[in-house]
Design a protein around this ligand. Structure first.
Ligand code: ADP
Ligand code: MG
Length: 282
């Protein structure tokens, strides 16, 4: 058994993963994505020595290329390319959830400023517009009225790249000053946190405070269904508590950070990830 961990930067999560592998005397290698070279037409490096590669790249696009190539070489990755592709793209995630009738915010897509304004008015103000690929709450905007809509869409059109010209709009969920981040590792939902903020964006990267959240049977069930809908694996499921509809799935992350969750809750996420890899390889 030989495991590779491919990463961009030694964040605390990677340190914990390496320490856990070392403590368990599992044979592993650290691979920097910045140093990788792949000869696609003739795999020039003996990748076959790996039974599985855990992908911890920070860049979404780099991670997707890595999983595509490694899976094509017959090497399993956590997460798989198919799962990563769905989770990295909010439109793909919305469709995957919809296909399984999983409750989520109403979501619309348009391609021009004019149609984005119309789509937004079909939802009603205030609503949310976000990039289809992105994280840390970047460019996730609340649109309060038509003036704001015109300003945001004009900025995206003139200053943005082609990805910003895909307008992904959602109804604003009146969540109670927090959202829920739950960690799914295979069939388990070992831990969840609330992310509380006075701001409507509750990303910890933007200063939201993490507090423990009990994994109720209802939360576990919602997370497992969501994870299964995108193909399962090691995932962070983000949920919004709608006052009338209950738990809605907001997004699913395939390369999650857990530097706040692990110390806060005492749950040993790195070892659970390793348990999952070993289980998958049985
Ligand atoms: N439809 C929505 N209604 C209410 N709040 C939302 C909605 N969409 C996103 N948010 C808030 O914005 C934050 C960031 O949005 P998210 O879709 O998770 O983008 P990112 O991938 O950048 O984290 C969420 O954690 C949540 O607090
Ligand atoms: Mg998010």
């Amino acid at each position: 058994m030989h495991i590779g961990v491919i990463y961009s930067r030694l964040r605390v999560e990677e340190k914990w993963i390496f320490n856990a592998l070392k403590d368990r005397k599992i044979s592993y290698e650290r691979l920097l994505d910045s140093e990788a070279i792949f000869e696609l037409t003739n795999p020039n490096f003996d990748w076959s020595r790996f039974d599985c590669i855990l992908v911890r790249s920070i860049s979404t696009s780099r991670g997707l290329v890595l999983t595509r190539i490694l899976n094509s070489f017959g090497i399993p990755t956590i997460n798989s390319h198919t799962v990563s592709e769905i989770c990295s793209d909010k439109i793909a995630t919305t469709i995957a959830l919809k296909n399984k009738n999983i409750p989520q915010p109403k979501s619309l897509v348009a391609f021009t400023e004019k149609q984005a304004i119309s789509a937004g008015e079909m939802i009603g103000y205030p609503y949310v517009v976000k990039p289809t690929i992105g994280s840390w709450g970047r460019l996730v905007n609340k649109v309060n009225d038509r003036d704001a809509a015109e300003a945001i869409f004009e900025h995206r059109k003139v200053l943005g790249n082609y990805q910003h010209h895909i307008y992904y709009l959602q109804e604003l969920i009146e969540k109670p000053g927090r959202d829920i981040r739950a960690f799914v590792i295979g069939k388990k939902t070992p831990v969840a946190i609330y992310r509380e903020s006075e701001h409507w964006l509750t990303n910890t990267a933007l200063g939201a405070i993490a507090t423990p959240c009990k994994v109720t049977p209802e939360l576990h069930e919602a997370c497992q269904r969501a994870a299964e809908a995108v193909g399962g694996g090691v995932l962070a499921v983000d949920l919004l508590e709608d006052p009338n509809r209950g738990l809605l799935i907001n997004e699913i992350n395939h390369t999650m950070e857990f530097h706040s969750t692990a110390p806060l809750t005492g749950i040993d996420i790195p070892n659970l990830i390793i348990d999952h890899i070993l289980q998958e390889l049985k």
